[in-house]
Design a protein. Structure first.
Length: 293
């Protein structure tokens, strides 16, 4: 499998307190039909913090079943407990995932040596391509460019990163330290244009949940070096990128998905329904992008 382009950080549709499996299966197939290059179940956008371990594993299994090898599935398998992350990652491999997306341990606030040891233990335990997910706004701890380069050098199956630090110097620094073959995905839609100009090769995207075709076209333009076309698409998508985070994700993107009839807007506590002002912002951004009349 080739890892590139627009990879949707899938929401987990919910209904009556449980997972809406039918809506999720439909979402996976719609994403592929609309041109998404890859799928990422059970990341932050998929509400991994509030899924039970059984639900977490089931969502990964369903995504793989519905994808049927048509696009890569990068399963979210992270935890702030190394043993649990190993368990999730072993399950993802057994279920047929193409790669694992593993977040820097949150809350524990490990040192760089602790972060290294965490990922090294997972990489040694499970032979699957691993993407290290750096999102300091959620985790507090941030993996340094140097620590990530050390992991990439020491662990052949650590093949890339999802970087949501919004530090646009990082992709260039990482490329110089880890080489051009090290895969770098942006984890932040609004800066994905610049990220790819620095050597990135794609995005793990929240916006792609509701605008998969536009996000795929945008990524294809940057990868072809057509930044004039990419900039036009960026202008069309930018209000939507912004709207997805006017409140904590996945509140806005689930509301946006509900406007398209993809699923209900419900998210589990402690996430609550978005405010009326956020609903207006999301709706206006979707109209601007041409997704709603």
């Amino acid at each position: 499998m080739t890892f590139r382009g627009s990879n949707s950080a899938l929401i987990t549709p919910m209904k009556n307190g449980g997972i809406d499996e039918k809506a999720f299966r439909n979402l996976v197939n719609w994403q592929i039909a609309e041109g998404s290059h890859g799928l990422v179940p059970v990341g932050t956008t998929g509400e991994s913090p509030t899924l039970t371990p059984e639900e977490h594993k089931h969502v990964v299994e369903v995504c793989i079943q519905e994808a049927r090898g048509r696009v890569p599935v990068l399963a979210g398998t992270g935890s702030n407990a190394t043993a649990e992350a190993i368990d999730y990652t072993k399950h993802a491999k057994e279920a047929g995932a193409d790669a694992a997306l593993i977040v820097v341990p949150y809350y524990n606030k490990p040192t760089q040596e602790g972060i290294y040891a965490h990922f090294k233990a997972i990489a040694d335990a499970v032979d699957i391509p691993i993407f290290v997910y750096n999102v300091p706004g959620r985790t507090v701890a941030s993996i340094s460019v140097e620590t990530l380069a050390r992991l990439a050098a020491d662990c052949p199956n650590i093949v890339g990163t999802k970087d949501a630090s919004c530090d646009l110097a990082r992709p260039s620094r990482q490329r110089l330290m880890s080489g051009e073959k090290f895969i770098q995905f942006s984890g932040e839609d609004g800066t994905a244009l610049a990220f790819n100009a620095h050597g990135g090769t794609g995005c793990i995207s929240v916006t792609a949940n509701v605008a998969p075709r536009l996000c795929a076209e945008f990524q294809e333009a940057t990868l072809a070096g057509d930044y004039a076309k990419a900039l036009k698409l960026q202008d069309r998508l930018m209000p939507l990128h912004h709207a997805m985070f006017v409140e904590t994700s996945p509140g806005p993107v689930k509301y946006a998905a509900s406007l398209l009839g993809l699923c209900e807007a419900h998210a589990r506590l402690p996430m609550v329904p978005v405010s009326e002002s956020t609903k207006t912002t999301v709706r206006e951004a979707m109209v601007h992008a041409g997704l709603l009349n």
